[in-house]
Every structure is written in structure tokens, then in C-alpha cells.
Design a protein around this ligand. Structure first.
Ligand code: ADP
Ligand code: MG
Length: 227
């Protein structure tokens, strides 16, 4: 018989892994950082300083990964508060406007409503939108359109992130959200896993539609407070 892991089980297994990995990586990171900072202060050779800066940057990068993994290990780190979703999205869109323009991507946020109250962890949710919009931009190496839209459906808000990029082959759709699944040279394959977990912690759902060389739409459904 063949057993396919339900996404939920997959995430639970990853959570245990994450707790272990985070613990093992934290301590050596801390001491490396301390020594590198000490050398940076003391060293006068410009090239060595450059290398030390690289080390520090890399350490910071690993640190970010560990912090991301912590969300899996400790779901309670997500603290929900009632917030207006619209400025949260607007903030992320404006953060990425410059990067989009550089890559010939027209980034647009169409919001019909001005206030959509939801229970959320604002910073975690920003991370989610950042991941999806960045992925969209990265899927359009020759530029294109990226539309972010919100729509109210009964007690839910749907946030769509639509790109006109390369698309995702059908046989790869079930890989989305698996840790370390990436098709990018400099990708880490953690963005979607983190995003799915955060959305799950918000009692939400994610749907994907994709057509090769036409584009991809991710629809995120989150419970909304209806007046
Ligand atoms: P990373 O961006 O580091 O590769 P992610 O978890 O964010 O990791 O995404 C995993 C993979 O899913 C990507 O490498 C890519 O193959 C695919 N993917 C995600 N979003 C899109 C998109 N909008 N268009 C095409 N492929 C996508
Ligand atoms: Mg990504």
C-alpha cells in the first residue's frame, strides 16, 4: 500500500525536525559571530575585513533560516490580534515596488475595500505576502504583471497574488511547501513552507492555479470579521 503524507502530518514532522535543527545550529552560530566580530574590530588588512564581512552576512543568513524554523517548532509564537488587512498588504507592496520596477514588473494592488478586519499576527502575515509576491516577481525574469487583489467571500477574505510568469508544471504542484523544494539557483525552498504554516496558524487555506508560460495565481483564504 502507498501512503501519502497529509500536508498536516508533513508539517508536524517538520516541526520536530525544526526544533532539533534550531537547537543544534544556534550555539555554534553564536560563538562564530562573537569571534568574527572581534576580528573585524582588530584587523586592518582591507581584504580580510571584506572576508569577515562576508562571514558575518552568511551568519546572518543562517540565523534568519533558524528564526524561520522556530515558527514551526513553536506555533505559539504566532499571536493573533485584530487588525485591518489592507494597510498590511499596502506596506508589503510598497516595500517591493523598487525591486519590481528594476525587473520590469508592474506591481499593482487593487483593493476595493478600505477596511477588512482580521485576526492576525501582522509581522508573520507580512512575511507571507512578501514570500508570495517575491516568488511572483522571480517567476517573471523578463518582466510582466503582478496583481494583488482582495475579495470578501462571506466570512472570509481572499487575497490573490497573480503573476504572468513561467508557471508551475502539474507534477510539481504537490511539491510546493515541501522544505527545501526549489527550482532556483539561489533559492532555499523555505518560503512556501513557512507561508503555509503561518496561514495554517491563521486558520486559513491556500489554493494555487497555474498554467505553463501563462502564469500562476495563489489564492489565500483567511477568516475575516464581518460587521
Ligand atoms: P524559493 O523561492 O527559495 O525557491 P519557495 O518555497 O518560495 O522557495 O518556492 C519554492 C518553489 O516553488 C520555487 O523555487 C518555484 O519553483 C515554485 N514557485 C513558487 N511560487 C511560484 C510562482 N509564482 N511561479 C512559479 N513557480 C513558483
Ligand atoms: Mg521564495
Amino acid at each position: 500500500t502507498e501512503e501519502v503524507l497529509h500536508r498536516q502530518d508533513k508539517l508536524a514532522a517538520v516541526g520536530q525536525l525544526a526544533a532539533g535543527v534550531a537547537h543544534e545550529i544556534r550555539n555554534p552560530l553564536t560563538s562564530m559571530k562573537g569571534y568574527a566580530e572581534f576580528l573585524q574590530l582588530d584587523e586592518k588588512d582591507p581584504e580580510r575585513i571584506e572576508f569577515l564581512n562576508i562571514i558575518l552576512d552568511e551568519i546572518e543568513r543562517v540565523n534568519t533560516i533558524v528564526e524561520d524554523f522556530m515558527v514551526l517548532a513553536k506555533p505559539k509564537m504566532v499571536e493573533l490580534e485584530e487588525k485591518n488587512l489592507i494597510p498590511v498588504i499596502k506596506n508589503v507592496v510598497s516595500l517591493l515596488e523598487f525591486e519590481a520596477r528594476k525587473k520590469n514588473v508592474r506591481l499593482q494592488f487593487d483593493c476595493s475595500d478600505e477596511i477588512i478586519q482580521i485576526e492576525c499576527d501582522e509581522n508573520r502575515l507580512k512575511q507571507v505576502f512578501l514570500n508570495f509576491i517575491k516568488n511572483g516577481i522571480e517567476a517573471m525574469p523578463n518582466g510582466g504583471d503582478l496583481h494583488v487583489k482582495t475579495m470578501i467571500y462571506e466570512n472570509n477574505v481572499q487575497i490573490s497574488i497573480q503573476d504572468s510568469g513561467v508557471g508551475i508544471p502539474k507534477e510539481k504542484l504537490n511539491k510546493l511547501g515541501e522544505p527545501f523544494f526549489t527550482t532556483k539557483k539561489h533559492g532555499n525552498g523555505l518560503g512556501l513552507m513557512m507561508s503555509f504554516k503561518i496561514i495554517e496558524n491563521h486558520h486559513g487555506k491556500v489554493f494555487v492555479e497555474s498554467e505553463l508560460n501563462k502564469g500562476t495565481t495563489f489564492n489565500i483564504l483567511l477568516p475575516a470579521k464581518t460587521a
